[in-house]
Design a protein around this ligand. Sequence first.
Ligand SMILES: Nc1ncnc2c1ncn2[C@@H]1O[C@H](COP(=O)(O)OP(=O)(O)OP(=O)(O)O)[C@@H](O)[C@H]1O
Ligand SMILES: [Mg+2]
Length: 313
Amino acid sequence: MSNTVVKVENLVKKYKELTAVDQLNLEIKEGEVFGLLGPNGCGKTTTISCILSLLAFDEGKIEVFGKEMTPVSYDLKSMIGIVPQNMAVFDELNVYENVDCFCGMYIADQATRKQYVDEALDFVGLNDFRKFRPKKLSGGLARRLNIACGIAHKPKLIIFDEPTVAVDPQSRNKILEGIVDLNKQGATVIYTSHYMEEVEQICSRIVIMDHGKKIAEGTSDELKRTIKNTETIFIEMDEPAASLTEKMKTLANVSDVSWKEGKLVIACTGGRHNLIDIMEILQAEKVQFGRVWSELPTLNDVFLTITGKELRD
Ligand SMILES: Nc1ncnc2c1ncn2[C@@H]1O[C@H](COP(=O)(O)OP(=O)(O)OP(=O)(O)O)[C@@H](O)[C@H]1O
Ligand SMILES: [Mg+2]
């Protein structure tokens, strides 16, 4: 049994009449890259702020490293790194001074502090920009500075709140790789995002939130197994005769067949030879077709099944 790093019990946070977090329970274990996935406004940042005791909440209990978290739990806070959703750096300090300033809040020894700042700058690839003021950095580089400030003191728990929003693909990949590296080096990670692909890519366990509530929890594979659709097969072709779609619908694992935008779309539930069975029908019916491919379900399909709406707007 691995240790619990964060435990959130029955958390309720209201902003006046709006319930932003509604009876939320979370348990994050040591070594995880834990994903908090949900659409804009579902309560991710509010949850993070409550975990960090930056916000007072209405009900519930929060423990970090087995101790109750309070606004003055400095011993706990020194073990946590936070990379906030909005840039939180000092505009009047340069890149090096910013990271040094954040690191200095927790690391007293000068030599260690210098070493940690250098390592953090190295890690995010900002060595060539040490003397730059934050305002002179591109969006992606500024995000990396935000990360360096959060991780320089080598925290055991690192919380990333949507670190890739409005970031170009190159910086995005670098950020995601960096998070995986930090985890390999021993940090437990909480990662919030409304990008399902990112969460799928790096998170070992995922909680999906909507309207302040937990609506699903599990590994990416576990979550996908909860839905009926296991595979969607696409075949480029002209609009088929009704007899063809009817024949396909008789296959044991086919749950739906439709024709959309020049493609036959076949939803399958289970089965291993769906594509072969379908190709046999096409051959028997002498149907002309173009490209054929199969797609696995995504976390968006999971979200769609549970809530009836798309994860991304
Ligand atoms: N300070 C505040 N005062 C009033 N309402 C707030 C405040 N902060 C957030 N909210 C509301 O609470 C809900 C949850 O917001 P929160 O920022 O936690 O969502 P989020 O999941 O982080 O969204 P995003 O993906 O856009 O960052 C939203 O409806 C938001 O409008
Ligand atoms: Mg947020």
